[in-house]
Design a protein around this ligand. Structure first.
Ligand code: MOS
Length: 698
């Protein structure tokens, strides 16, 4: 089934091809740095060379002497900004240096090469102060935040966890470590800005253009309708483009200062300190259980860091509030504000590191009590969400476990660790569960029917590579009873009806809802319309404010099960992944082709998390030595085996009119634990720190 365009009523779920696919592979799709406006200049940032202190002087004379240099913006002379809510955007406003890599000057020139040369010629003088970038448990400055990422309470305690754990017949007390990780989307962060009087237009690589518009309006003290944000094509983000980043603010500052359109295309090696990272976590898991594997206590305590610029707390203990039945539950976070770059969202923030730890610990418990790990999870299936007491809108975990086990051939598995040898290789299999919240945010959309029998859908959604245009067309075509090819979709422009970001696995649910509603109304208007349509057609609008964000009596989550087979070279410590299989229960799947891409993409990212990806905070210099793709190792084709993604269609009436849950993040969630558990099955050894590089395994 390729190239399916769908017919009336059948477009939803079909594996329709990405509408912009041809544009992308032929190079005609335009990205933010490719808007070559007349007189366009380029800017190159100057990163701070100290981890803590302040700038005492900036000598720009050598830089300004280079032919073609237009300006060097410094903390002393850059245009003033209103105080932002997100202080990572208070750029060039004061001489403080909160971390190494913080932008301390910006060189603007006719060409990219000249801007880069000028940035290198800027001499910055500092008054350094001692810095601390090292995450330790029991840090003297550590505190328990009220709220963590995703807006969850930092602490949740039910029953008497300490007493229940102390009294448990079976006890497991283990600590897992996940290092800092970086998003590294294929397209580095970039923006082109230009001013027309007091009107600002930006072409920017962002997951959410409506937020870019409102943040820029606030920073530059403009009415929102004086700002236009265009996000036509975006080369990935994984959370790092979820909010406006320094590139768009610096481009707007430089354009205002020079009177020219300016592009800021962040060099990849500056991304790690500038656009967020997944904060490192130290996660202590204590599981108390009956000898039959049923939990009596689950204690998940997370220690992590944030920066001194902005509090962001990776909510890694939150998934323990969703997964398993237990009479006593503790889920807490402790954080220290260090002199580190600001952490932020990275694919499945919270769930990816948190489920690595919880699902590894569950595997250790399965081992301890001598129960099959799939069976152990089934035995601990709750009838309500443990953390909230709410019923689940739908919960397909057991179905995923059973279907995954069947497809993977789990029944034939010999549970003994360390006994399968092929020459120097030891082989093994492992599994883990996955979960991710299913949510939606308010959004608006417009639908128009034209006299020629075509339709136009307008919404400021963003396509970060997932196929948003395509799936929104499918939702519209399905509701209108129209062929897919008759539906046009306009997205990626802030003059369109406002929409939330492509993030939190909420994009399609949020945007599809008003598209569905506007099309439903349009269909009934058309049915009632006598004769031909007027030349401008008929338009309907929908807005889900008050619907999409209404409090629900249900706990809403997608679930999944991951199965993996690995081989470990006992001579070199090399770890090879042989098979990866995921089965998901994520509501209704709206496009089989793009959904499979999302699931397998998440699994590849989880494979990277397990095997190769890590950043280090260098205690001497205070930032990440892994600043490019030669040192930050994302998986390449040779690392990735045949990956299978399957799903169980759920009919969940409590979500949104499409019945869909998000699918962008759940693929990463259980993958690292499944691989780690397979390594234990292969070798008989437990490694509790990621990634599983040869030096750790040997
Ligand atoms: Mo996702 S980390 O919410 O873009």
């Amino acid at each position: 089934m390729t190239g399916t365009t769908g017919t009336a009523g059948t477009a939803l779920g079909a594996p329709a091809e990405r509408r912009e696919g041809r544009q992308k592979v032929t190079g005609t799709a335009r990205y933010a740095a490719e808007y070559t406006l007349p007189g366009r200049a380029h800017a190159w940032p100057v990163p701070a060379a100290i981890a803590h202190g302040r700038v005492t002087a900036v000598d720009t004379s050598e830089a300004l002497a280079l032919p073609g240099v237009l300006a060097v913006l410094t903390p002393g002379d850059a245009p003033r900004l209103a105080e932002p809510e997100d202080h990572t955007l208070a750029l060039l406003q004061n001489p403080k240096v909160p971390h190494r890599g913080w932008c301390v000057a910006l060189a603007v020139a006719d060409t990219l090469e000249t801007a880069r040369a000028a940035a290198r010629a800027v001499r910055v003088h500092y008054a350094p102060e001692p810095h601390d970038v090292t995450l330790v448990t029991g840090h003297p400055d550590a505190y328990e935040p009220e709220e963590v990422g995703g807006g969850y309470p930092g602490r949740l305690e039910q029953g008497d966890p300490a007493a229940a754990y102390a009294a448990a017949e079976v006890r497991l007390d283990v600590t897992y470590r996940v290092p800092p990780l970086h998003n590294h989307p294929m397209e580095p962060h970039a923006s082109t800005a230009h001013w027309d009087g007091d009107r600002l237009t930006v072409y920017t690589s962002s997951q959410g253009g409506s937020t870019v518009r409102s943040v820029l309006a606030q920073l530059f003290e403009l009415p929102e309708d004086h700002v236009t944000a265009v996000t036509e094509h975006v080369g990935g983000g994984f959370g790092s483009k979820g909010t406006p980043r320094p590139d768009v603010v610096l481009a707007a500052l430089a354009a205002r200062h020079t009177g020219r359109p300016v592009t800021v295309a962040y060099p990849r090696r500056y991304l790690p300190t500038t656009v967020g990272h997944r904060a490192p976590t130290v996660q202590r898991l204590r599981l108390g259980a009956h000898p039959d594997g049923r939990l009596t206590a689950l204690l998940h305590e997370v220690t992590t860091h944030t920066s001194r610029v902005r509090e962001f707390v990776e909510q890694a203990a939150v998934p323990s509030r969703v997964m398993y039945a237990t009479p006593a539950l503790l889920s807490t976070h402790r954080v220290s504000a260090l002199d580190v770059p600001s952490p932020s969202w990275m694919r499945a923030p919270g769930e990816a590191p948190g489920m690595y730890a919880l699902e590894s610990a569950m595997d250790e418990l399965a081992d301890t009590v001598g129960i099959d790990p799939v069976e152990l999870r089934v035995r601990n299936e709750p009838d309500r969400e443990p953390g909230s007491g709410k019923p689940f809108s739908s919960r397909g975990l057991v179905a995923c476990l059973r279907e995954g086990a069947r497809r993977f051939g789990w029944a034939e598995r010999d549970p003994r660790p360390g006994v399968r040898r092929e020459g120097p290789w030891l082989t093994g299999t492992g599994m883990a569960a996955a979960t991710y919240p299913a949510a939606a945010q308010p959004s608006a959309a417009a639908a128009r029917a034209l006299p020629d029998g075509t339709f136009t859908i307008r919404i400021n959604a963003t396509d970060i590579g997932t196929g948003a245009r395509t799936v929104l067309a499918q939702i519209a075509a399905d509701r209108l009873g129209a062929p897919l090819e008759r539906v046009r979709v306009e997205i990626g422009h802030s003059d369109l009806p406002p929409a939330p970001l492509a993030g939190g696995s909420m994009g399609t649910a949020s945007w599809g809802w008003p598209v569905h509603d506007a099309c439903a109304e349009l269909a009934s208007r058309l049915a009632a319309h006598p004769g031909p349509l007027p030349a401008e057609g008929i338009e309907t609008r929908a807005d889900t404010t008050g619907k999409a964000d209404a409090d629900s009596p249900y706990a809403k989550h997608a679930f999944g099960a991951h199965f993996a087979e690995v081989a470990v070279d006992t001579v070199t410590g090399e770890l090879r992944v042989r098979r990866l299989l995921g089965v998901y229960a994520a509501g209704r799947i709206l496009n089989a082709r793009t959904a499979r891409s999302q699931f397998t993409g998440g699994m590849v990212m989880g494979l990277g998390m397990a095997l190769t990806e890590h950043s280090t905070l260098d205690p001497a210099f205070g930032d990440f030595p892994e600043a490019d793709l030669a040192s930050y190792h994302v998986p390449v084709h040779a690392d990735v085996p045949d990956i299978e993604a399957h799903w169980i269609e759920e009919d969940d009436p409590h979500l949104n009119p499409m019945g869909s849950k998000g699918i962008g993040e759940i693929g990463i969630v259980g993958t690292a634990a499944a691989l780690g558990n397979a390594v234990h099955h292969a070798t008989g050894l437990r490694f509790r720190e990621l990634p599983l590089t040869p030096d750790r395994i040997l």
